[in-house]
Write a protein that binds this ligand. Structure first.
Ligand SMILES: [Zn+2]
Length: 366
């Protein structure tokens, strides 16, 4: 720890609340009730379930994988934290409700005073952003981490869009590069249905970051400039189904990690690839999504490479259940959980309850 701290001082990095110690009893799963956007029914005007993050955690608690005591509470990213990547010009623009309405694609926000937009929309997104930064450090410490939110892959240092107001993926990687000894290479595996043009623009000239992106070639954002940052580009056609998709994901995950061995994998696990998603235009089944996440985790964990997962796009009503089921599957496979520690590989017996054991406290009688 003292090594890391001295590096922090040497670099003259600002003081952040996002890198404080997390008790060993906690699983490296980051979440806050603040993630969820609920305000005067405005959230219903966007074609998505703005409470999906809370529902994921609810399902994981129902299955006793998570408890109030073993989850890591996300903190809001401060302005100084955001300035590690964002320009002040961009952050100032978010003080205009019109700009936020455009970025989030919730037009009625235009008519709200900015203090309400800040409190009800941007604060949840800043908290999710803080969560991704926190989960980056946890992934290095524990071998894996999941932010139940985040994955705002259309936002870059100076531009938001597609519901993404903060560049959480870029931020978590830059925080690691600046503050954690021994982290100098990252691989982003972006499997959301959309092209991740935000982090691509941010890392366009940065050879430390290897980007693999698998997306529907015909939909938003079609950012040709940003595509130049992609080392492994897999463009899919409308209605791509499980078999073809999973084959490609496995082939290219293995290929990417064989090509360059990073110090961290950031996995953008968007679920808008799900069949019937109004935006994604692909046709992957719930079982296909669960298998996909398993393939990515296995590829990283087998090599002993820390992996950070963020949940990104996908806002159908059934999405939260699928994300929860996928995390439970990762646990059954021994790829996450308190037994799945750093580089130790799978060591947890299938179906072993993890939280209370990990916490080292008696199971609360409930
Ligand atoms: Zn998407």
């Amino acid at each position: 720890m003292s090594q890391k701290e001295s590096k922090q001082e040497k670099k003259g990095s600002h003081r952040t609340e996002l890198y404080t110690e997390v008790p060993a009893r906690c699983l490296p799963i980051v979440y806050s009730p603040e993630y969820n956007i609920t305000f005067l029914g405005l959230e219903k005007l966007h074609p998505f379930d703005a409470g999906k993050w809370g529902k994921v955690v609810h399902f994981l608690k129902e299955e006793q994988f998570l408890t109030d005591d073993n989850i890591v509470e996300a903190r809001e990213a401060s302005e100084e934290d955001l300035l590690v990547v964002h320009t002040r010009r961009y952050l100032n623009k978010l003080k205009w409700s019109l700009v936020v309405a455009t970025i989030t694609e919730i037009p009625p926000l235009l008519f709200l005073p900015n203090f309400l937009v800040q409190r009800k929309v941007l604060r949840p997104l800043r908290t999710q952003t803080g969560g991704t930064i926190m989960a980056g450090k946890l992934a290095i410490e524990r071998g894996w981490a999941i932010n139940v939110g985040g994955g705002f892959h259309h936002c870059s240092s100076d531009k938001g869009g597609g519901f993404c107001a903060y560049a959480d993926i870029t931020l978590s990687i830059k925080f690691l590069f600046e503050r954690v000894e021994g982290v100098s290479k990252a691989t982003i595996i972006d499997l959301d249905a959309h092209q991740g043009n935000g982090h691509e623009r941010d890392f366009l000239e940065d050879r430390r970051v290897y980007i693999m992106d698998v997306y529907n070639r015909y939909i938003y954002p079609g950012d040709g400039y940003a595509k130049r940052a992609i080392k492994r580009k897999v463009e899919l056609d409308w209605g791509t189904e499980d078999q073809e998709y999973l084959q490609k994901v496995e082939l290219h995950c293995e290929g990417a990690l064989n090509e360059v061995r990073p110090d961290i994998v950031v996995y953008n696990a968007g679920t808008d690839i799900l069949d019937g998603d109004p935006l994604g235009g692909l046709a992957i089944s719930p079982q296909g999504i669960i298998k996909r996440d398993e393939i990515v985790f296995r590829a990283a964990r087998r090599r002993g490479i820390p992996i950070l997962m963020v949940t990104s796009g996908g806002y159908q009503r059934k999405t939260a259940r699928i994300i929860a089921d996928s995390i439970l599957n990762l646990q059954r496979q021994g790829l996450v959980g308190c037994g799945a520690a750093d580089e130790a590989g799978p060591s947890l017996a299938p179906g072993t309850a993890c939280g209370p054991v990990c916490a080292g406290v008696p199971t609360p009688a409930r």
